[in-house]
Design a protein around this ligand. Sequence first.
Ligand code: AMP
Length: 422
Amino acid sequence: MAYKSVKGTKDLLPADTASWLHVEGIIREVMDVYRYGEIRTPIFEETTIFARGIGEETDIVGKEMYTFTDKGGSSLTLRPEMTAPVIRSFIQHSLGEQTALNKLYYIGPMFRQERPQAGRYRQFHQFGFESIGQDNPTCDAEIIMMAHDIYRRLGISSTLKINSVGDPSCRPQYREALQDFLKGVYDDLSPESQRRTETNPMRVLDSKNPQDQELTRNAPVILDYLSSECNEHFKETLALLDSLGVPYEIDPRLVRGLDYYTKTAFEFVSADLGSQDALGGGGRYDGLVQQLDGKPTPAVGFAAGIERLLIVLEKKAYEFPVSAPSVYLVGMDDGSRRWAFEQAISFRSSGIAAELDYAGRSVKAQMREANKLGARYVILVGESEMASSTAQVKDMKEGEQEEVAFDELIAYFTSRNNEDVS
Ligand code: AMP
């Protein structure tokens, strides 16, 4: 039997990881200039962190978690998202007492037992950032701006949809009005939306079922129910986005249907993705720290899928930087091949990317390989070069060839390092 990776998971081979590292590098650069620090938490947590942190009513907790019991009888879960673990860690290490605002980011694998399809996996990767400690619309705008900057730097055009979901002072009134409306069309709603009408009516607006969507087209919208504080927060967030030149669409149906979500909710979508068109989403969650037994602390964050981002980049033929050796060493006989190996090690110790043949291939085959790998220079050494301690160095781009003494090779390439050898 041929073993395969588990359904919904993928191997990332060196050709793939090169693209991943590039994308991750851009994310880290953006995080660095915004002064966000990376947080790494364990891959698994106690199940209750997610049950309480995400909510029992969600698909994630209800159906998608990889949960297991360890030898000590504890129920553990592979993390399906990172906000709850980040907040658990924030509380555990009293980060809130150390500074007025904690700015954290993460990149890593998440696990959800979903039905695999294009853009949807069981192990996938997210990057995200959380701004924990302040209820200031600048924090909302900053989080949105960071996502916007990352997509802009990658040349991805996306649409920002934004809404406010109110807070516990105004949402109950909206919830009631929405529930009343939904009861009027209850019999025609999908079974899932019927259930949610009782448990979490705002999520009905999220339904992908076309009939549900049609039936709820004239449902009351939360923006008409916002308290003056929530309304002001929303207006100020939008004003900041306006002055930063970030385009957005107000989408009054965009909901984050959990009680601890407050005020700003947003999503970046891409027309280059199919039915799974969400690049990433986020919002304010002023109630979560308290929900996980910490002191009430306002916070806002964003999370996005890396696979989805790469799907978009591949679709638009994004030019990823290509990794190639600076130097390929070609030996012609036993003596020069041995020299080539030792010289490659010296190059590498000096930070020069060097490659050579390990399979005893002919000079012609080695040249072909050097070409295929995109080596900028080829060093040719045979019997006579060994005798004179001088190598033939061929510039593969310019087509020129010159002789360089063995003991000058490192200096020769180091001096070119900042120009065209990398
Ligand atoms: P969520 O935590 O559900 O709001 O998801 C945030 C982002 O993570 C989504 O917008 C997707 O880009 C990505 N994502 C969520 N679930 C998956 C999945 N099963 N496979 C791939 N990407 C996912």
